[in-house]
Design a protein around this ligand. Sequence first.
Ligand code: PFF
Ligand code: NA
Length: 449
Amino acid sequence: MTANRTHSHAQWSSRLGFVLAATGSAVGLGNIWKFPYMIGQSGGAAFVLIYLLCIAMIGLPILVAEWMLGRRGQKNPINTMSELARTHKRSQAWVLVGVSGVLGAFLILSFYSVIGGWALAYVGDAIGGGFRGLDADGAGALFTGMLANPGVLLLWHTVFMALIIGVVAMGVIGGLERAAKLLMPALGVLLVILVGYGMASGGFGAALAYLFNPDWSLVTGEVVLAALGHAFFTLSLGMGIMMAYGSYLDRKVDLLRTARTVVIMDTVIAIAAGLAIFPIVFANNLDPGAGPGLIFVTLPIAFGGIAGGALLGLMFFLLLTFAALTSAISLLEPIVELVEERTPLNRRAATVVAGLATWALGIAALLSFNAWSEVLIFGLTVFDLLDQLTSKFLLPLTGLGVILFAAWCLDKESVRKELGLGAGAFSVWQAVTRFIAPAGVLIVFFSSL
Ligand code: PFF
Ligand code: NA
């Protein structure tokens, strides 16, 4: 299994470093921006329960499968799939799983960086006193004014990508791991302070009820689909990320235990983000169902009106920025690993090349909010096209490929040993990975077409 490990191939320095980096990848805009507004739109706690089920039955097994394949292949996702297909005497068509993974990472990072740029821009606004006295119209105008201005979007998208490139260029231990060890604790501290403020704000009871009292009448097929799609997105699955992260992983690390840790941290942080956001929303009589604008339009109204709002706003948008940075770092990694292994370029040059290509596509994405808002491909703006293409096609298909290969093509006994399972537990694992998880992905995939 490790015979083909090249000595130049990097490794995480410790299990903790790996857990923090993987959690850093998982915890991102999905947790702090998307999850709260999805709850707001789709039935509160009923959505949360369905989402938790998707995470347990589909997300966690696919996370383990990605790490397992990456650790066995020891290469970028494309070469890993090629290598595993060859050694298991399977068709080279499995390489497509790696291709769509890396392609997905590239496409997602291009627009993820644009949103990361919004977070940075709002950190700037918080510092500059830009939220002071904002009413609903003012907050709306602040956001639409930013979107309408390509120069501003380009500036922050560029700053964001430059930060990512700087970190990833420094390598697995000196870059990825070090950034996670710095940013994740900072994120945790900010979140605890913000939830503490939420508890004192007077809106906490309403927020708890909102998050934990299910309203099943709002649950539709679409909501179930959204929950499953989010289970993929939030764990960074189906993009080659976790495969790339697994390729730097020591054979001694317990995959199931580590996956459980990462999944729990991701979920706890998403719910904590809800407990930071909704108390402020309710205490200030704002609309919890505002959708994607919830944190960029609704929250600034509160930050503009309450005592200490500027500081609170600053902490909130720093939290969002830190979360976005560690995830974006992970999105760049599989692309860099590919370029590094497939070209004569060294790590630094590979990072700059991969980063610049992503940055350039990001420009097309940010122009869809202004200069190119009329440019439609299949009826969608570039930004929406990138989002839909990845979340509806590439992610589920890559995830499906990963789970099918791991469940059906690997040697059963070696998998059982690698996961440290007894015969009984292993048959549960097999049932889940061979049938339940693939069926779940397929159902969602076809019903979203
Ligand atoms: N998991 C990240 C989030 O929840 O925001 C987003 C993400 C990161 C998605 C990396 C995909 C990815 F490859
Ligand atoms: Na996440």
